[in-house]
Design a protein. Structure first.
Length: 254
């Protein structure tokens, strides 16, 4: 993940890269298939703010060459190797890529961290005329009425003071971000996974606000929430479906 503040760097760098790669859900396979229909398989694609390479490797299933970059050394060090993916470390807003280099640029669950004015200039520089910019993300988790109540009443109050201001952009599904391109019609995609109670708590632990709260006061708030979440879980020893509201925005360079 790439970002433009010291607070955000503390959130995703260091030990949290292991948590991040272990807990983040896989993006819908239908999304990658749709992307593969927008540009040629021989295209060069940039996975910007690649983190540990979750999207990079899936993009490599459909495209011959994927450039993946992130500002975090620890995230890139932990990234999944792939023969079609070339990882590098630098900010999203200032890269070493040539002009007019990419057929498509993808940003997975990270655009809200960028210095957007500077980033759009870099995108215009490295994206080919007619190239496509795509960003996507999810802005919450939905388990069930009882489980969601535990999260909202026990966990979220502990995080109120720790949400970075950029998180509001994500909560609003990037409606407050204007893409400087001709917008494309994008299909709707669904994102869900099956998690145990422990996996759901690990996912909550990976949130930016949780990481900042843990750095400040420790993680006992999650430990204290576990019994209540177990009690609310429909079948405590089994995994259940977790729904994550998912959105995609795309535009084409004129």
């Amino acid at each position: 993940m790439s970002f433009n503040s010291e607070v955000s760097m503390r959130t995703f760098d260091g030990h949290s890269s292991t948590i991040y790669s272990r807990t983040r859900p896989m993006y819908p396979a239908e999304l990658y298939y749709w992307l593969s229909q927008q540009v040629s398989p021989s295209s060069t694609v940039w996975d910007c703010a690649c983190g540990t390479g979750q999207a990079s490797v899936d993009l490599a299933t459909y495209f011959n060459h994927v450039e993946a970059s992130d500002i975090s050394v620890s995230q890139v060090t932990a990234a999944t190797p792939h023969r079609k993916v070339h990882y590098q470390v630098f900010p999203a807003e200032k890269t070493h890529y040539p002009d007019n280099h990419f057929d498509m640029i993808c940003v997975a669950h990270a655009l809200h961290w960028f210095d957007l004015d500077t980033f759009w200039k870099e995108v215009r520089r490295v994206l080919k005329p007619g190239g496509i910019f795509v960003c996507w993300g999810y802005n919450w988790l939905e388990i069930g009425e009882a489980e969601d109540k535990v999260i909202s009443e026990i966990i979220l109050p502990e995080l109120d003071a720790y949400w970075p201001i950029q998180s509001q952009l994500l909560r609003n599904q990037y409606r407050d971000i204007e893409l400087p391109f001709e917008l494309m019609k994008v299909p709707e995609f669904e994102l869900s996974c099956f998690w145990s109670v422990t996996q759901a708590l690990d996912f909550i632990r990976s949130w930016s606000a949780s990481q900042l709260r843990i750095q400040d006061k420790g993680d006992e708030f999650l430990t204290k929430a576990l019994p209540a979440l177990l009690a609310a879980w429909s079948e405590p020893k089994k995994k259940q479906e977790i729904r994550l509201p998912f959105f995609v925005k795309a535009g084409r360079m004129s």
